[in-house]
Design a protein around this ligand. Structure first.
Ligand code: PLP
Length: 383
């Protein structure tokens, strides 16, 4: 009997492979889309959208979800609903995606930047607390790369001061601590279902979730131009998700737990293999915690040399993000007084490694071996 051919070692593993991710539930999504087309349910109120909203709220263990066209739209809708405008301030961190701040800036508000904890990359609660003031209208902690921010003390203090906490959960689908998921910690939370997310739509999509009935009513009102009883009673806009996207997401929710399980197993392999090098891993979490693993981020001392080695070895990488908010060309000036030394230091060291559903064992081994070699080289020369 001829020997079975050995699996050739891969020469490259990309940073991301969305086609693999989307193939995983291709059949379910095709069926859901076809059913949505045949339902002819395109107007509102829309049962396809309502079904998705019910399921996403249940997944997050909260009472309400209001689906939107994108995560950015969800942020804008929340800030509008909280009445944020000129003269008001929101507090967030600089290592989040630009939309967290943009939505508030578009409303004429000021964004204050708190520093991050250098080990977790999420908000430093003391730094955020120092920014509280009479103009603070929201605290917006970012669950960085899918890791839940520790916000117990911050939330207690914000609540005592009557300041709402908006979880920036756009990267944190399914992240949890002590069984409590992202979305169930703040007064409300914002999610993105953009195409690169772990829980990704066909194109764009987002949602706000909340347990607060009154807030949910206001969010729904603003989601559709402030329309009630055929009259416009509030300033809103069209933030509504497309029913086809809602149908797709409802089908996709079935596979989210399996996608997360697979990513967590891959992250555990990485974390174990890279632990001896003593670098910071955002995904290294306590047993009581489950990471959302949008991206797997480590901090390395000589990033350029490390990344060059990965490129030569055929391992994809990326940086989330190349510049923090206060370093972005469009925003440097407005944030020139930001005091965020931990973020400044981390920003030059972060690297995102391949976090792909559907990797073959030989590919995982390739990434682990090549990253180990590169870490060995850069940490040895840093000693
Ligand atoms: C942290 C964060 N906030 C907001 C957004 C914006 O979401 P969307 O692309 O759905 O508008 C993203 C998406 O990349 C994000 O990662």
């Amino acid at each position: 009997m001829p020997e079975s051919p050995s699996v050739p070692s891969p020469t490259t593993v990309p940073f991301r492979d969305l086609h693999r991710l989307h193939r995983i539930h291709g059949d379910a999504s095709r069926a859901a889309l076809l059913a949505a087309v045949e339902s002819r349910e395109y107007t509102r109120p829309n049962p396809i959208i309502e079904e998705f909203e019910r399921r996403w709220a249940a997944y997050c263990s909260v009472r309400h979800a209001i689906a939107t066209t994108s995560g950015s739209a969800a942020l804008l809708m929340v800030y509008m609903t909280l009445g944020i405008g000129p003269g008001d301030e929101i507090i967030t961190v600089p290592n989040t995606f630009v939309a967290t701040a943009e939505a508030a800036l578009l409303l004429g508000a000021t964004v204050r930047l708190a520093d991050i904890d250098p080990l977790t990359h999420t908000v430093d609660q003391d730094s955020a607390r120092k920014l509280f003031g009479p103009r603070t209208k929201a605290v917006v902690p970012f669950h960085a790369y899918g890791r839940l921010a520790e916000i117990d003390a911050l939330t207690a203090e914000a609540r005592a001061a009557g300041i709402p906490v908006v979880e920036e959960a756009c990267q944190a689908h399914g992240a949890a601590r002590d069984g409590r998921k992202a979305g169930a910690w703040g007064d409300c939370a914002v999610f993105s279902f953009g195409p690169t997310k772990v829980f990704a739509g066909m194109g764009e999509g987002g949602a706000v979730v909340t347990d607060d009935d009154e807030l949910a009513d206001k969010l729904r009102l603003l989601n559709t131009h402030g329309l009630e009883d055929r009259l416009h009673t509030a300033l809103g806009f069209s933030f509504r998700i497309h029913p086809m996207e809602a149908a797709y997401l409802t089908a996709r929710l079935e596979v989210l737990p399996a996608l997360l399980t697979e990513r967590r197993a891959l992250a555990a392999r990485y974390t174990e293999a890279f632990a001896p090098f003593g670098v910071v891993h955002n995904p290294r979490v306590a047993d009581s915690e489950e990471h959302g693993l949008y991206v797997y981020v480590i901090d390395v001392p000589d990033r350029d040399a490390f990344c060059a080695r990965l490129t030569d070895a055929g391992v994809g990488w990326d940086i989330h993000y190349r510049a923090a908010l206060h370093q972005q060309p469009a925003h440097q000036e407005r944030f020139r007084d930001a005091e965020v030394p931990a973020c400044d230091e981390r920003q030059g060291q972060i690297v995102s490694l391949p976090m792909i559903n559907g990797l073959e064992e030989a590919e995982v081994a390739h990434v682990v071996d090549r990253v180990t070699d590169a870490l060995d080289a850069v940490t040895r020369s840093a000693r």
